[in-house]
Design a protein around this ligand. Structure first.
Ligand code: SAM
Length: 338
């Protein structure tokens, strides 16, 4: 039986740097020496880490849904590929009908009622298998990742969960694919799920890659539903978009505290190189798209830590439907720490 597999980039994610990997790798290869430990501390999908799989990888993200995908892709615990494939097949062939948390709260919103019943059934079953030791932690992460990627493929949205289209035909249905992860990851890889400013006191890396949110759009708002399903704490949801309480998932990097939070982070980082992605949307788009940290502040803060070089490449910004802004570049700030 041939199984459909998903790769790390087979999902939609705001600010995903997958397309910039050649640029990022080139800057690292040409300017940094002896990088053995690579830390991707606003990791999101983990796309950037995937280009550094020959190194010890440290990932971190505030969202549990990203953490769980990072464990699936970069974790070092061994998994049984055949077992995962057969569970995925079992889920794809299942036809559950019983109401559950998903169908009660989300029927005919982002997904059809039938797909909600299936998502809820699959997610409950992953937890049951884990609690009865049928699957280990990495296998649990692989199955949740498979479910999140499958949801993303059929969601009735333009890629995030702030809103859904009303009155549509749900023509695509849930089909889980096997996440094509490796059993040969470095045994010293580590994945974290913390606020970065709290984590940095405890880690060392040769190179730290930073890709913070740069505007007021909170990731926990855009991806509340994937986060809800990943956590599976079955919270109350409200409003048209059926959001759970996300107050403990808000990021300072999306607020007016961004500059001082960034300064505190850079000051505390224990590493030889810092590579920062931050684009130049400042004051060009609408208010929500404007960058929270000015170029002057970025430069001042990094220069206090070491010698700074800037690299740039043209790119197309995300503008929620409006893509008429030209002349934007994706910049990489490389700081060689003192
Ligand atoms: C621009 S995205 C990173 C995209 C990633 N490089 C990729 O290629 O998929 C920023 C990420 O930072 C995370 N984040 C925001 N604030 C954070 C914080 N204080 N600590 C840790 N992660 C945070 C968000 O959840 C989001 O996934």
């Amino acid at each position: 039986m041939a199984y459909k597999a998903s790769a790390i980039n087979n999902r939609r994610y705001l600010g995903n740097k997958y397309k910039l990997l050649p640029f990022i790798s080139k800057v690292v290869n040409e300017n940094c020496t002896n990088v053995e430990i690579f830390a991707d501390l606003f990791a999101g999908t983990g796309a950037v880490s995937s280009a550094f799989h020959d190194k010890i990888i440290i990932t971190n993200d505030l969202l549990y849904s990203n953490y769980i995908c990072n464990v699936a892709w970069f974790g070092s615990e061994q998994f049984d590929k055949e077992k995962i494939e057969s569970i995925i097949l079992e889920y794809n062939l299942s036809d559950p009908v019983e109401e559950n948390y998903m169908s009660i709260n989300f029927a005919d919103t982002f997904f059809s009622r039938k797909d909600c019943v299936k998502i809820g059934f699959v997610r409950d079953d992953i937890e049951k298998k884990f609690n009865s030791a049928i699957i280990n932690k990495r296998e649990r992460a692989l199955l949740i990742t498979s479910l999140l990627y499958a949801m993303d493929r059929i969601a009735n949205t333009c890629g995030h969960y702030d809103a859904y289209r009303q009155g549509v035909e749900y023509d695509k249905h849930l089909e889980l694919c096997y996440p094509d992860a490796s059993n040969d990851n470095n045994s010293q890889n580590k994945c974290y799920n913390m606020d970065i400013n709290r984590l940095v006191d405890d880690i060392y890396a040769d190179l730290v890659y930073l890709d913070p949110p740069y505007n007021s759009r909170q990731y926990c708002d855009a991806y509340h539903l994937l986060e809800n399903v990943a956590r599976w704490e079955k919270p109350k949801v409200k409003g048209v978009a059926r959001k759970m309480d996300r107050s403990n998932l808000k990021s300072n990097y999306c607020t007016r505290l961004a500059t001082e939070t960034f300064e505190d982070l850079i000051d505390k980082l224990n590493c030889r190189y810092i590579l920062l992605s931050y684009n130049n949307m400042s004051n060009k788009g609408n208010e929500r798209s404007n960058a929270k940290i000015s170029d002057d502040d970025i430069f001042r803060i990094l220069a206090a830590k070491g010698t700074v070089k800037i690299f740039s490449e043209a790119y197309k910004p995300f503008m929620a439907g409006k893509s008429n802004i030209r002349g934007n570049e994706e910049r990489l700030f490389l700081c060689k720490c003192k």
